[in-house]
Every structure is written in structure tokens, then in C-alpha cells.
Design a protein around this ligand. Structure first.
Ligand SMILES: [Zn+2]
Ligand SMILES: [Zn+2]
Length: 133
């Protein structure tokens, strides 16, 4: 199967040749600010499973993390960190079929916004989850 997606303007497109290794809803402040959204739906892939079209720009958002975005429309499109070497994390709702995204868990719930009510039964990790196999 192939998962395709991209940024708001269409400049940046990606294709992933596999299902995500894991998925997670992240409530951390860094994700929240970069996306201007209360929570970010991530999906993790091996670096070599994803093909990019268009040139991303990158912002070093912490000592260990780099966030890719479209220089034309500003959409956030990727995340890489030395904490997950060999992986790239994509925004689950940037895919062309966002209804087919399924979150596995919540992470960084200690930074969760109180007004965002969560009533699912997914595992909730106060900090980072063990998202690798
Ligand atoms: Zn764009
Ligand atoms: Zn986060």
C-alpha cells in the first residue's frame, strides 16, 4: 500500500510505501506551537520508506529535533529527532485519506490542554511513549 499526502499548497508531497510503524496523538507544547493546534496526530516511518517531492525547509525546534515545513505555504510536514534515529514522523492528517489514520495512543498528556476533552480508551502516556517496536 502507499500513503500519500502533502502540504496546504501542494508544493510538498510525500509517498510512504508502508503502513506507519506507530501512530500517536502528541500533546506537547512544542508540537502544539509548531502546528498551532491543540494536539498533533503523528505517524512514524522508517526514513527510507518515505519519498519526498518538493524542497522542505527545516527548523531546529530543540537540541534534538528538526521540523520540516513548506517554504511556500508554511505547513508543517515532518519531524525528525535523534531520539528516534532512522525515523521520520509525518502529520497523520496531512495524508490524502486522513479518515484512515488511526491513533494508537496519547503522549505528553502532562502538557495536555484541560479544555480539550479526551474520552477515548487509548493508552495515555504522561511523557514520551515507547513508540518503537
Ligand atoms: Zn505548501
Ligand atoms: Zn509533541
Amino acid at each position: 500500500m502507499t500513503i500519500t499526502g502533502g502540504c496546504l499548497c501542494g508544493n510538498i508531497r510525500y509517498e510512504a510505501k508502508t503502513e506507519p510503524k506507530w501512530t500517536a496523538l502528541c500533546h506537547c507544547e512544542s508540537c502544539r506551537r509548531s502546528a498551532s493546534a491543540p494536539v498533533v496526530a503523528w505517524m512514524g516511518f522508517a526514513l527510507d520508506a518515505v519519498t519526498w517531492h518538493g524542497d522542505r525547509k527545516f527548523f531546529q525546534s530543540s537540541a534534538i529535533a528538526t521540523r520540516g515545513f513548506c517554504p511556500n505555504c508554511g505547513s508543517q510536514v515532518s519531524f525528525e529527532s535523534t531520539r528516534w534515529p532512522g525515523e521520520v514522523h509525518l502529520y497523520g492528517v496531512s495524508r490524502d485519506d486522513p479518515e484512515n489514520y488511526t491513533p494508537d495512543l496519547h503522549c505528553h498528556t502532562q502538557e495536555h490542554l484541560a479544555w480539550l476533552k479526551i474520552d477515548d480508551d487509548l493508552p495515555k502516556h504522561r511523557a514520551v511513549a515507547q513508540m518503537q517496536e
